[in-house]
Design a protein. Structure first.
Lengths: 144, 144
DNA sequence: TATTGTTATACTCTATAACTATA
DNA sequence: TATAGTTATAGAGTATAACAATA
């Protein structure tokens, strides 16, 4: 195969992606910590800021067991960032939703994520377009 | 600034990088689990397979507190994958090193990381070269 | 005095299993 | 019976503070 791991070029690209991954995570955790949130709490809050979501659906998004979501939402709820609402159609379901304050925190969190700007600012628009297309092809994403 | 977050193109690239990060992590954890290791344990083992390393240096590489390394190395040592050696130059220092078995596990772990091949195989050599250069520029890495 | 590794402690995230209330 | 959420439990990673051995 052309892109085997022994290929030095492929190896180099994999190393670079590893660096991107490490930097992305470090920045995300750091941004979350600025708002006294863990990475997981920040992820859930960001999710709920977009759209109220049943507990089970949150677990699917995070790819973890549903039982874990209870505690995570508990901690966010204790801080007034999230609330549980009943589902009118199914009384078993609880829908977690960001409060007004939670949406504000989510917005500030997003704003403090510098990863978007700093590194990409070094590329021209044309280069960013090429990067986008390569990443899309690499990930097998349809170019809409 | 040209590459602000409100720029749709930049937003698209950031989303793609987020996808890469998520996929990379999922694959890494999965590969580690195949060898009954956690992600952190796999990371430390991979590190030590390259080079024996003092405890404190491991903490620096992982960007965590040195006290945590004790337990992680304990668990790897209990499974015979790692051993502690004295430092001849400084009797305070303990150097963690992968055992023969540990190096074997690290190698099999690396081999089971398909992330390198699968996605990049979809790009031509020329495209991989362009991707490498863009990532290097983005990360502010000198082109060797 | 300063540094290295460790211990003790507390918190969070994680999976598993059992429970409850609904469906 | 099956499903949604919860509780209980145990293991792992993390930070903080205090400690022993060594520099």
């Amino acid at each position: 195969m052309a892109a085997s791991r022994t290929d030095p070029l492929t190896f180099e690209v994999v190393e670079l992606i590893g660096t991107v991954v490490a930097r992305y995570h470090a920045e995300y955790e750091q941004a979350a910590a600025k708002h006294a949130l863990t990475g997981t709490q920040a992820r859930v809050l960001a999710l709920l800021a977009v759209e109220p979501t049943p507990m089970r659906r949150i677990a699917q998004r995070l790819k973890c067991e549903p039982s874990n979501i209870t505690g995570i939402v508990d901690r966010l709820e204790a801080r007034g960032l999230v609330e549980r609402r009943p589902d009118p159609n199914d009384r078993r379901v609880k829908i977690a939703a960001a409060t007004e304050e939670g949406r504000g925190t989510a917005r500030r969190l997003r704003d403090s994520l510098d990863f978007a700007r700093e590194p990409l600012a070094q590329l021209s628009e044309e280069e960013r377009r090429v990067l986008r297309d390569l990443l899309q092809r690499m990930l097998g994403v349809e170019g809409r």
